[in-house]
Design a protein around this ligand. Structure first.
Ligand SMILES: NC(=O)c1ccc[n+]([C@@H]2O[C@H](COP(=O)([O-])OP(=O)(O)OC[C@H]3O[C@@H](n4cnc5c(N)ncnc54)[C@H](O)[C@@H]3O)[C@@H](O)[C@H]2O)c1
Ligand SMILES: N[C@H](CO)Cc1c[nH]c[nH+]1
Ligand SMILES: [Zn+2]
Length: 433
């Protein structure tokens, strides 16, 4: 059973604080292991990656076998059924259409001084896309990473995906092919992140790494940030459902389990205005856990990190939700739009009882690579914007320089930066004869 909290209890704040601070993904143990792995890959390149792949994925490889060949990719694609291919194509088309709307526009204008100003967007040259593969396999994450990158115009895309015991999901290969990516490596975890960031004999380094993963992947992305860009911390999955008593407890139980089954470090929370409904959902979860094949993982994370919280009203629910800043927020209440207005910190919001979170994982259109561990307070889900950067543009005319140059001279003097000021003064002198 998860913890049951009631916002009217005297010890509520302490218990809620403990829930917020649960060290699900950035524990010192994970970070220490990851630091060692990254150092090893930097020092020994391919040799370290190959050893770590054998150790963690039980997959003995040589350097030549690290990358899937074009023939291998085609062979796996041929194994995909028509039904599965169509489902992937549906997902890909919807994800593409959604992300095409995110393409930012260049801007250029002339201001009152006569200065021409603006900015220009250009794509990252090379991106490494992490596709998880430890406890489940994620063709959908291939699409969610690669499609926005392609829409942005990234030239080189390299996918890393662990294949424990050498088992490959053919749909992962087809998703790569449908997205136009042919550089795919069968490596995962912190060693894959290090290889993408620093490069090895076989893998050329990239400029930016995106994608979700477990605690080891999330910790590795934190550590390589600065050497390369990263999208965000997209670690073990989370869901917060806010539901009134007018819902089917079994539906809500399944929604909670849909994220609990990703990882033992996942977190599934229910906030409800109806204590009896909260108990009914918890009972429905226990019933479902009796038959779910992934009950070991789902039950583990539900027991360790799950919670059912009873609140006085939906305003209180929104306030708690903002403190949690969940990756996924499902609003199963009579007026989900009104509640959504108040829920300002969340990776993705699912409005109403007909929108299970799983639709967003696969076919809704928005990206499913989303900020976890409360990082939705300051970051957003993966988008085209993660694969572009903005360069500012400025052109002075003589009139513009005359108008705003003197202020620059004064500020340069105030900073004691002589050459800065003189670079303006020299030009102004010429203009002023
Ligand atoms: N936030 C998001 O947007 C989002 C999206 C999809 C999936 N996810 C999350 O991605 C994760 C996928 O996890 P996964 O495990 O299935 O696959 P994964 O690919 O993230 O991790 C597998 C790798 O972890 C490494 N690893 C495992 N145990 C280790 C250990 N003891 N020491 C060092 N390295 C170790 C291994 O290298 C292995 O290859 C889940 O937590 C899921 O919730 C998040
Ligand atoms: N829920 C995950 C994001 O936390 C994404 C996903 C992919 N496949 C199934 N689920
Ligand atoms: Zn999911």
């Amino acid at each position: 059973m998860p913890v049951f909290l009631d916002s009217t209890d005297t010890d509520f704040e302490a218990a809620f604080g403990a829930l917020l601070n649960a060290k699900r993904e950035d524990s010192p143990d994970v970070d220490a292991v990851v630091a060692e792995i990254i150092a090893d890959v930097r020092a020994r390149g391919d040799a370290a990656v190959l050893e770590l792949t054998e150790k963690f994925d039980r997959l003995p490889l040589d350097a030549a076998g690290m990358r899937f060949s074009a023939e291998e990719i085609d062979g796996y694609c041929a194994q995909v059924s028509d039904e599965e291919r169509q489902a992937l194509e549906t997902a890909a088309a919807r994800i593409r259409a959604y992300h095409e709307k995110q393409l930012p526009r260049d801007e250029r204008w002339t201001d009152d001084s006569g200065a021409e100003l603006g900015w220009r967007w250009t794509a990252v040259s090379a991106a490494g896309l992490y596709v998880p593969g430890g406890l489940a396999s994620y063709p959908s994450s291939v699409l969610m990473n690669a499609i926005p990158a392609k829409v942005a115009g990234v030239e080189r895309l390299a996918i890393t995906v662990p294949t424990p015991d050498g088992v490959v999901n053919p749909l992962v290969m087809l998703a790569a092919k449908l997205s136009g990516v042919d550089e795919v490596y069968r490596i995962g975890g912190a060693q894959a992140i290090a290889a993408l960031a620093y490069g090895t004999e076989t893998i050329a380094p990239v400029d930016k790494i995106t994608g979700p993963g477990n605690a080891f992947v999330a910790a590795a992305k934190r550590r390589v940030f600065g050497k390369v860009g990263i999208d965000m911390i997209a670690g073990p999955s989370e869901i917060l459902v806010i539901a009134d008593g007018d819902n089917d407890p079994d539906w809500i139980a399944l929604d909670l389990m849909s994220q609990a089954e990703h990882d033992e470090s996942a977190q599934s929370l229910l906030i409800t205005t109806d204590a009896g409904f909260g108990r009914a959902v918890a009972e429905a979860v226990e019933k479902r856990l009796e038959t779910l094949e992934r009950s070991a993982i789902a039950g583990g994370s539900w027991r360790d990190y799950g919670a059912v919280i009873t609140v006085r009203d939906l305003d209180e629910a929104a306030a708690l939700s903002n403190r949690i800043a969940p990756e996924h927020l499902e609003l199963c209440v009579a007026d989900p739009d009104a509640l959504a207005e108040k829920c300002t910190h969340a990776g993705a919001i699912f409005l109403g009882q007909w929108t299970p979170e799983a639709i967003g994982d696969y076919v809704g259109g928005p990206n499913h690579v989303l900020p976890t561990a409360r990082s939705a307070r300051f970051s957003s889900g993966l988008s085209v914007m993660d694969f572009v950067k903005r360069t500012t543009l400025a052109r002075m005319t003589p009139a513009a320089l005359k108008a705003i140059g003197p202020a620059a001279e004064i500020l340069a003097t105030s900073e004691s930066l002589e050459a800065h000021g003189l670079s303006v003064t020299a030009r102004l002198k010429k203009l002023n004869g």
